[in-house]
Ligand binder design. Structure first.
Ligand code: MAN
Length: 346
């Protein structure tokens, strides 16, 4: 049912120049995807840290002034916890082991990507809510405007930021639209009953769980009427956490959402959910088995193995071209038929 690109992985860390001298690109992952000027564009997440010294762990954090500062700890320091490669915990305080920014690339064929000229290609975290970086950007086109929702990370927590642009040259910075702990926010590309809608994912709670929620808004900035619509499922591939991918795809059967689910071993797969066209809080169907599982070598081995994660796709007729991060280290592509997905879940 899934056809992976033969060229996978299509973007690797060695294809990407570090943002500043002295940095190493550790991961390129989780791209948002959009069409613009007759090309296919990715807004990828580039995760960097300095070249590592033997016996030490070092990583950058952004200062409020927008310049990176390097923190370094001895690996044998008893106050240090490095049990998750994505995080650093020192004396009870959490940091990320890499600092992420967003990077633009474009392509004529959707397979071979290059950095465009005449566009600002790097978007860095700014201000106190983005000192640990910005991640996993979704791009929805709403009323002809590209709406970028992305994860803002800082010592204050993880929340959803919004930027908007028409031309990818000037951006409005609309700040945090959903406060911590929250991520995986995808805005629907059409209004339903005169309102905008989004999917989002609160997390890190003791009561409840990592579930997908729906919210509505009249201006894309202020979100309310929050409704929990999709839970994790005990014993299944999405038992520990679920989160939306990119903007839901409108089909005659309903809104088709490709989402990620993880189990308690942090194995990330992708599945589909179908939401009612007029009442998107109603989940009509959902994948029993994943649509995409980490089975290829590049999906099982890397910075954080056994992960396939998506937040971007292009739709053309019945075909979804899905872009995804594999093992949190490289970018891949795969094609699906919408009809086959619908037939498989209904
Ligand atoms: C998080 C996400 C992604 C990442 C996965 C797997 O849930 O925010 O950034 O790809 O974990 O590590």
């Amino acid at each position: 049912m899934v056809e992976r690109f033969l060229e996978n992985p299509i973007i690797k860390t060695t294809d990407i120049a570090p943002s500043t001298p002295g940095m190493m690109v550790e991961c390129v992952l989780n791209p948002g995807v959009f069409r613009f000027k007759d090309k296919i564009w990715l807004i990828l997440r580039v995760a960097e840290r300095p070249k590592q010294r033997e016996g030490y762990i070092s990583f950058p954090v952004m200062t409020g002034k927008g310049t990176p500062e390097i923190l370094e700890f001895r690996k044998d320091d008893p106050h240090l916890d490095l049990s998750d490669p994505r995080a650093v915990r020192y004396e009870g305080k959490w940091y990320l082991s890499t600092l992420s920014h967003l990077r633009l690339m474009c392509s004529d064929d959707g397979i071979h990507f290059h950095e465009p000229t005449n566009f600002p290609t790097k978007i860095f975290g700014l201000g106190p809510l983005e000192t640990y970086g910005i991640e996993d950007c979704r791009v929805s086109v709403v009323d002809g405007v590209y709406c970028l929702t992305f994860t803002q990370v800082s010592e204050h927590g993880v929340g959803v930021g919004l930027m908007r642009t028409r031309d990818w040259i000037t951006f409005s910075h609309d700040g945090m639209i959903i406060p911590p702990h929250n991520k995986d926010c995808a805005i629907f590309e059409e209004q339903i009953g005169g309102k905008y809608y989004c999917l989002h994912r609160p997390s890190g709670v003791d009561l409840g769980g990592n579930y997908i929620w729906l919210a509505s808004s009249v201006d894309l900035l202020h979100w309310g009427q929050h409704t929990c619509i999709l839970h994790t499922r005990p014993g299944m591939w999405d038992c520990a956490r679920v989160g939306a991918g990119a903007a839901p795809i409108k089909t005659k059967e309903g809104w088709l959402e490709i989402y990620h689910g993880a189990d308690f071993n942090n194995r990330y797969c992708l599945g589909a959910a179908l939401l009612d066209l007029h009442h998107p809080e109603k989940v009509l169907a959902r994948s029993v088995k994943p649509l995409l599982e980490p089975v290829a070598e590049y999906e099982q081995t890397g910075f954080f193995g056994n992960v396939v994660f998506t937040n971007g796709h292009i739709v053309s007729g019945d075909e979804i071209t899905l872009y995804y991060g594999a093992s949190d280290e490289v970018i891949c592509g795969a094609r699906f038929s919408i009809q086959e997905i619908l037939d498989g879940i209904m």
